[in-house]
Design a protein around this ligand. Structure first.
Ligand SMILES: Nc1ncnc2c1ncn2[C@@H]1O[C@H](COP(=O)(O)OP(=O)(O)OP(=O)(O)O)[C@@H](O)[C@H]1O
Ligand SMILES: O=C(O)c1ccc[n+]([C@@H]2O[C@H](COP(=O)([O-])O)[C@@H](O)[C@H]2O)c1
Length: 209
């Protein structure tokens, strides 16, 4: 059983925060590896004007994941899924020998109740929420946390997530990292245009295996 963490995101672009929290989660949860699911389009961000092309975002994720137990993938484009619930069900079918845990920052938990079939997501696999500066109070007070509160596991049991009955959620607190893609874009709005010609999207490169 390969213990695999899934971090979905826009990665517009990938940054040091993604790498840092993923590596810390790999250690805290005893993961063999983490997959970054670079989204073809977050359903709640459709029409965002500053969203770079998928190929550029995937390339930035690949570069940021280098020499780490992290695989940057565009598997949602390959599977034809956009909603997380559909992605997780498809991944479990496609990789039956893996055990998956969903990773997300506290900002995502604060919005989680707006995701399609969010309760079913929590029934599909355990969730590890990573504290994020500026979002933790909102996440704790969120409707999703209201529903999940009684399913919260102590962090001391984080290595045993494969044995948890679902839904299950653990909150991980690492050294707070204020990095965000919004700040990176503000400092360098043309990040994907500068590097544009070197990005390619060969379909054989979309999946982790
Ligand atoms: N510094 C961070 N600390 C904790 N979690 C993070 C951090 N940066 C990103 N994440 C998490 O990584 C996942 C993907 O994030 P995403 O690609 O949207 O980056 P972002 O920095 O949040 O982007 P944006 O600023 O454009 O909203 C989300 O679950 C998000 O909460
Ligand atoms: O499934 C949904 O309804 C849904 C709604 C909003 C966001 N998501 C997923 O949440 C992850 C984080 O997205 P983002 O844009 O905040 O990086 C990414 O995998 C999205 O596909 C999923």
């Amino acid at each position: 059983m390969t213990r695999t963490g899934l971090l979905g995101g826009s990665f517009n672009p990938a940054h040091r925060g993604h790498r840092g929290v993923t590596l810390a989660a790999v250690r805290a949860l005893g993961l063999d590896e983490a997959w970054w699911l670079v989204s073809p389009g977050n359903p709640l961000k459709s029409g965002a004007k500053d969203m770079a092309p998928l190929a550029a975002r995937l390339a930035s994720a690949r570069a940021m994941a280098r020499r780490a137990p992290i695989r940057a993938t565009a598997i949602e484009a390959k599977l034809g899924t956009r909603y997380t619930i559909d992605t997780l069900r498809a991944l479990k079918r496609r990789y039956p020998k893996r055990r998956f845990i969903w990773l997300m920052g506290a900002d995502n938990l604060a919005q989680f109740h707006r995701w399609k079939a969010w309760r079913d997501i929590a029934r599909e696999m355990p969730i590890a929420v990573i504290a994020r500066p500026g979002y933790d109070a909102r996440a704790l007070a969120s409707p999703a946390m209201g529903w999940l509160r009684r399913r919260v596991r102590p962090v001391a049991q984080a290595q045993h997530w494969t044995r948890w009955s679902l839904p299950a959620l653990v909150v991980l607190r690492f050294r707070p990292d204020p990095t965000s893609a919004t700040a990176v874009r503000a400092a360098d709005p043309d990040w994907f245009r500068r590097a544009g010609s070197s990005f390619s999207m060969r379909s054989r490169n979309l999946t982790p295996e």
